[in-house]
Design a protein around this ligand. Structure first.
Ligand code: MOS
Length: 710
């Protein structure tokens, strides 16, 4: 057990989701599903203009509709303490003033005794506006207005724009449209005030502690007076990383009507209320020698943000980090548009950046007539090219090999559009991804009860990856007890603190805290026996012999000094095989294999699901997803599941997730790195590269719809 880092759990580790039965039998309760006594229902009313101000808002009809308790607008909303000294640019302040910054912006909240009555009354709220027709919603028309963000800085390593004078040079522009997280579970919150200065919320959030802090700050409450509960979250992907205006509105409304308020966003609301992956323009310049050594990389990107707040992401960073290249420079800009603020979406920035960089590498491979994997190997970074630090671990080359063997890369033709089988064009593509590996601080309480049940408690949420299952796996191995004997209690702000679930860091952070807590608990049992070896402790007998009802520890654990000494990243490679109808342009994914170098896999089944889910998201990004605004009105036209296309069962073949499964010796005691983001980063490029290999058509603007390949 002391040798956890060197131990390699096998890829057939069979622990199923500890909460799987609760989920499939409908007993797992999501935030909208709590039956709270005296509950009332809120429905938001959105602005129908894109820029301007509210001249008049008529709520009389709505207020007199049956069952209506209140109609809240900027005219009557209670003042939110946290809004008062907020900086001019920042999170959208709901019901704060008459200004309209984007179409669909909430301008009223109707609260009624039933959902249907609230919905009906919401239709009766009528606003008239002073319309400002100068609104801008089209990123590509606003590239020249983009500016370097406030805290941003151009990056230069070696010589700027060195690609321009390289023997072989390539320059191309890439565009991704807005992608929306759209988890199955709608964002929802129930707010109930317990006293004038105490509130409970059942909320869809990735972080109960961060939501506790946000609500406490907004309403000027001691954090302990805000209770946040989220034991189950039905997908989030970044959309529930922050506390959004609708959450503040629900807490506010519960104060106004003096009853609990439930606010569930509609699917249409989801497109304008909880962020999205921003529309982004990119330009890549690559310079190389004839034998495929990169001489220079220049990566420019402009993403969109809202008119009221800057949202930045690491779009260009991947070009600074991915390959050994002496000359790299990047420029990142933002264009402020009349849209709501974007937010991190799985592989935030990197997924966008990897589409451009990894497409460009593929283009270069054809220009040089070098196999795309071989080209990457010729530019493989053995130390971090930006900091010069050694990697804590990197087995990307092994991942290339695993994936290539599995997809049948040797069957690929280097000549695009040259393989026609059964009337379909066949092609293979690959692309790599990377994402920082982190370990934060978390506190875990571990309690061994007299019956041998181990309870693990910490505030972390599980947004889907199977955090509780990973925790049970780590504890089972460390304590030497079966997983059935482990109870995981998570998702409540009253539990010992854990960070927000996001940035692929939770298994590393919380898994390690579980590990450390278990080691400490075993140590405590060890002192009961006086024995030196602690491997064969019988906890039940020891408790009984010592007349103890239970033994518990509360352990805080975090990363140490090694974090500064090494460059820490997870790596992935995605292989896609496509079959394309040359007449209709219909693209079918024939096979997809993703390989992760994410350290030790602590929970094989959930890890596999995590990688497969990320691949599907990347295929969606590559082939389908596109939130379309009609720029004449600044309004979304496909803000529903019928018109916003996502990958469905019929689009997805059997997917393969493979793992290098070698421990990272430095990040943490369990040897695991993150895998949530790398599952998606690079997939869209792999799809585009496969489409090119099949057809000879290079599509640089996502999604790759059939009209772009015929
Ligand atoms: Mo995520 S984009 O780390 O929730």
């Amino acid at each position: 057990m002391e040798n956890d880092v060197k131990k390699k759990p096998s890829n057939t580790d069979g622990l199923s989701r500890v909460d799987g039965r609760l989920k499939v039998t409908g007993r797992a309760k999501y935030s909208a599903e709590y039956n709270i006594k005296g509950i009332t229902y809120g429905v938001l009313v959105g602005s129908t203009i894109t820029k301007g101000s509210i001249k008049k808002i008529d709520t009389k009809l709505a207020e007199s509709a049956p069952g209506v308790l209140s109609v809240i607008t900027y005219l009557n909303a209670p003042k939110i303490p946290g809004y008062q000294n907020a900086p001019a640019k920042g999170p959208f302040k709901i019901f704060y003033d008459d200004q309209v910054y984007f179409n669909g912006q909430p301008i009223a909240l109707v609260v009624a005794d039933t959902f249907e009555r609230a919905l009906f009354a919401a239709s009766l709220v009528k606003a008239t506006y002073a319309v400002n027709t100068s609104f801008q919603t089209d990123l590509l028309n606003n590239l020249s207005n983009a500016e370097t963000p406030h805290n941003g800085k151009d990056y230069v390593r070696g010589q700027e724009d060195a690609y321009k004078t390289a023997p072989i040079k390539l320059e191309a522009e890439y565009v991704i449209p807005t992608n929306v997280h759209n988890p199955m579970e709608l964002h929802a919150i129930i707010a109930r005030w317990e006293a004038d200065d105490k509130v409970t919320v059942w909320d869809k959030t990735q972080g109960v502690k961060s939501t506790q802090r946000s609500i406490a700050t907004a309403f000027k409450l001691p954090p302990d007076n805000v209770q946040v509960t989220a034991p189950f979250v039905g997908g989030a992907f970044g959309a529930a990383l922050r506390t959004w205006p609708h959450e503040i509105a629900a807490v506010m409304a519960a104060q106004v009507v003096k009853r609990p308020v439930k606010l569930v966003l509609s699917r249409a609301d989801m497109f304008t209320s909880v962020g999205y992956r921003p529309y982004t323009w990119q330009k890549i310049g690559l310079g190389a020698t004839a034998d495929g050594k990169l001489v220079g990389i220049t990566h420019e990107a402009t993403g969109q943000t809202s008119a009221y707040e800057d949202f930045t992401e690491n779009t260009v960073n991947i070009s600074q980090l991915m390959y050994a290249c002496p000359n790299v420079n990047t420029r990142y800009k933002l264009a402020s548009l009349n849209v709501n603020t974007p937010t991190p979406m799985r592989g935030p920035g990197e997924a966008t950046g990897a589409f451009a960089l990894e497409s460009a590498l593929d283009e270069l491979s054809y220009a040089l007539n070098i196999d795309p994997i071989e080209l990457r190997l010729r530019n493989y970074a053995d130390t971090d090219p930006s900091s010069g630090k050694p990697y804590s671990s990197k087995f990307l080359n092994e991942a290339y090999k695993l994936g290539a063997d599995s997809i049948g890369w040797s069957n690929r033709s280097q000549k695009p559009g040259s393989v026609l089988k059964d009337g379909l064009l066949e092609g293979y593509g690959m692309a790599a991804g990377m994402f920082g590996a982190y370990r934060g601080a978390a506190t875990v309480k571990a309690t061994m009860a007299a019956d041998g049940t181990l309870t693990l408690q910490t505030a972390v949420t599980d947004i889907g990856p199977g955090t509780g299952t990973a925790m049970a796996n780590v504890a089972s191995e460390t304590m030497g007890i079966p997983a059935e004997k482990i109870k995981v209690v998570i998702g409540d702000s009253s539990l010992p603190p854990s960070p927000t679930q996001g940035g692929s860091n939770i298994t590393s952070t919380v898994g390690s805290a579980v590990h450390d807590a278990c080691i400490e608990l075993k140590g405590k049992f060890g002192t009961l026996t006086g024995a030196s070896g602690t491997d064969k402790l019988d906890y039940v007998i020891l408790l009984k012999q010592n007349n103890l009802p239970q033994l518990e520890v509360t352990t805080t654990s975090k990363g140490g000094a090694e974090q500064g000494k090494y460059a820490m990243y997870s790596w992935s490679v995605h292989f896609i095989k496509v079959r394309i109808n040359p007449v209709t342009g219909v693209i079918k994914i024939d096979k997809a294999t993703s390989v992760a170098d994410c350290g030790v896999v602590v929970s094989y089944k959930t890890a596999r699901s995590q990688i497969i889910g990320g691949t599907i998201m990347g295929i969606g990004m590559g082939l389908f997803e596109d939130a379309i605004i009609d720029h004449r009105y600044g309004r979304l036209v496909n803000n529903n599941f019928a018109d916003y296309h996502m990958a469905v069962q019929a689009d997805i073949p059997q997917l393969e997730a493979l793992f290098v499964n070698k421990p990272d010796p430095f990040l943490n005691p369990i040897g695991a790195k993150g895998m949530g983001e790398i599952a998606t980063i690079g997939v869209a490029a792999a799809v585009a590269n496969a489409v090119y290999n099949a057809t000879g058509k290079r599509v640089r603007e996502l999604p790759i719809t059939l009209d772009k390949v015929v």
